[in-house]
Design a protein around this ligand. Sequence first.
Ligand code: NI
Length: 138
Amino acid sequence: MGKVARIGVSLDRDLLSKFDDIISAQSYENRSEAIRDLIRHRLVVAEIDADKLVVATLTIVYDHHRPNLAEKLVDMQHGAGSRVLAATHVHLDHHNCLEVIIMHGRAGELRDLANGILSLRGVKHGQLVITTTGKHLR
Ligand code: NI
């Protein structure tokens, strides 16, 4: 870590209370560490150039009964070739499937692929997490 700067933050009490509950449940030792992680997360997302090579996971929950959806999902992942490293599928319940797709490639291409999948009808929920290594993570 470089030189340490101290900052003051003004927060609504309710917001702070909710934040404290969450970081306590996540076993953070103090607010500073939790806030540092939030900032790192924002930096990772914001700093990624479309051309940068990254690793990413796309988590989706989708409707098992939507006609052709499972086939479309497989087709899109095949179409992405070596960018898709692996996919894990869990049959959550009678109606819902969970899938985690692990990818590697240019950030812009992976974002496009993720957006394509997330916009399919029957994909109910999802999130792309892009991670990279770099000095801003230290
Ligand atoms: Ni399933």
